[in-house]
Design a protein around this ligand. Structure first.
Ligand SMILES: [Zn+2]
Ligand SMILES: [Zn+2]
Length: 270
């Protein structure tokens, strides 16, 4: 049995993450044009027509840009909670009803053999969530657009062998950067985005629960650098006695193209 995790796009210009397990192929968020998502999927050998569903975390445009075309052209079922659907429909009311699936935040549901746990996250959207996936003993999670570390979402992602975790910004770069004061306050606020240091802090807790691999994700183009996010996390892991990149595999999700393909394998036949 295998679980595949692969960010196709990550950052404020667009987010889309491929998750597959037990013959079920999913996308978390579709924040890029459908044609670009289709092209990056092809890079990892996946035909967009073979997807089973799309899951949406929240209605910000960097997470839903491709949703209209994906629904109308491919008829893909899209899962979101009620708050997020309200936000999506306010932006694009031409989503066909036959594609809309609604879940309750905090209530598990299944797509095929994959158990999906949508959990609440602190972010300035209507009803934002992250997702934890379990399939035949394999577990992974997606947690981005998170204002701060909070016990409830940490509990929801605990035990994930692999996680896509936000490392949005370096606090000093935000303070010294070009953004207007109001935007700086939003990013740094409790319902904005997770900084590199807090990402490292969260990861240190998660490795105690079995996390072996992380994609640092949703990096800011203006307030972060891939090396800075990577070094901040690896130094924190080393300081805590972990062999970063050997014991714990640290990847940085790329902004505009497919990242590394991460595969968890139980060794059993699928
Ligand atoms: Zn975002
Ligand atoms: Zn957002």
């Amino acid at each position: 049995m295998r679980l595949t995790l692969c960010p196709l796009f990550s950052g404020s210009s667009g987010n889309c993450i491929y998750v597959a397990c037990g013959g079920v192929r999913l996308l978390v968020d579709v924040g890029m044009a459908a044609s670009r998502i289709e092209a990056e999927l092809r890079e990892i050998g996946v035909d967009i027509r073979d997807l089973d569903a799309v899951l949406i975390t929240h209605e910000h445009v960097d997470h839903i840009r491709g949703i209209g075309v994906l629904c109308r052209k491919y008829g893909l079922p899209v899962y979101a909670n009620e708050g997020t659907w309200n936000g999506i429909m306010a932006k694009d009311s031409r989503i066909p009803a036959r594609c809309m699936r609604t879940f309750f935040t905090g209530e598990d549901f299944y797509i095929g053999d994959v158990n999906i746990h949508p959990f609440s996250i602190p972010h300035d959207a209507l009803e934002p969530v992250g997702y934890a996936f379990s399939c035949k003993g394999l577990r992974c999670a997606v947690a981005t657009d998170i204002g701060h570390i909070r016990a409830d979402w940490m509990e929801a992602v605990a035990g994930s062998q692999a996680i896509v975790l936000e490392a949005n910004h370096d606090i000093d770069m935000v303070h010294m950067g070009p953004y207007p004061q109001r935007l700086k306050q939003r990013i740094l606020g409790r319902h904005g985005h997770l900084n590199n240091t807090d990402c490292a802090k969260a990861l240190l807790e998660l490795v105690k629960t079995g996390t072996q691999a992380v994609f640092l994700a949703h990096l800011s183009n203006d307030n972060n650098l891939p090396e800075l996010a990577y070094n901040t996390v690896c130094e924190a892991l080393k300081a805590a006695g972990y062999d970063a990149d050997d014991e714990i595999c640290v990847h940085v999700a790329r902004r505009d193209r497919v990242s590394d393909l991460l595969i968890l394998d139980t060794g059993d036949p699928a």
